[in-house]
Design a protein around this ligand. Structure first.
Ligand code: HEC
Length: 171
């Protein structure tokens, strides 16, 4: 599809993903395993009580995804596209293309953030590259976008990293 046409149609992609069967909008980068790792974090298990001073934003992110791996918690590793390390460090502005993936180790879920004309777009895949965004409401691109744009002091240009694991370090 013509570039500007794709940009112009972005709102429609979201609408379709809300109204119909969800589909990832960001594409799957097959070579993410060879990208630099910029963060290792975790989603605590369902029954882990977060420290009291945990920011609301983090609490919500944990609550949204702590059902993964049957609520037992899982490691989360963040890989950045080799050409975008500098952009990631400054939270953008980002060039077009896939920017960063967050991988839930068990059972293997790949969250993808791509940029298109400065806008962040999202996708959810398994580790084989199969689109699984319709498997759970919290995997739908529109759901990702809602949280990633709600907290603009933390999520700048669609990237959010504040490692959850840091919160446990002093305790
Ligand atoms: C309720 C809030 C929330 C929702 C919903 C959410 N995220 Fe995030 N996202 C976060 C937070 C918080 C982090 C930082 C986590 C960390 O570093 O420990 C993050 C980090 C990421 C990262 C790592 C790169 C970075 O710094 O942003 C990617 C990639 C990502 N999210 C993609 C997605 C995708 C794809 C979806 C939907 C399937 C999604 N997110 C849904 C809050 C959310």
């Amino acid at each position: 599809m013509n570039y500007w046409r794709k940009v112009a149609l972005l709102p429609c992609f979201y609408l379709v993903s809300v109204l119909a069967q969800a589909e990832s909008i960001a594409s799957y980068p097959a070579d993410w395993r060879s990208w630099p790792v910029v963060g290792e974090s975790m989603v605590p298990g369902k029954d882990v009580v977060l420290p009291e001073d945990t920011p609301l934003f983090i609490q919500q992110a944990v609550a949204a995804y702590n059902w993964i791996n049957d609520g037992k918690g899982t490691k989360l590793t963040t890989y950045v596209h080799p050409d975008k390390l500098k952009q990631y460090a400054s939270h953008g502005p980002y060039d077009d293309g896939v920017t960063v993936v967050g991988v839930y180790e068990t059972p293997g879920v790949v969250f993808v953030t791509e940029h298109l004309a400065g806008e962040a777009i999202y996708g959810t895949y398994d580790t084989e590259g199969k689109d699984i965004s319709s498997q759970h409401p919290t995997f739908e691109p529109e759901y990702c976008a809602r949280c990633h744009t709600a907290y603009q002091d933390i999520c700048i240009n669609g990237t959010c990293s504040v490692p959850v694991i840091e919160l446990f370090k002093d305790n």
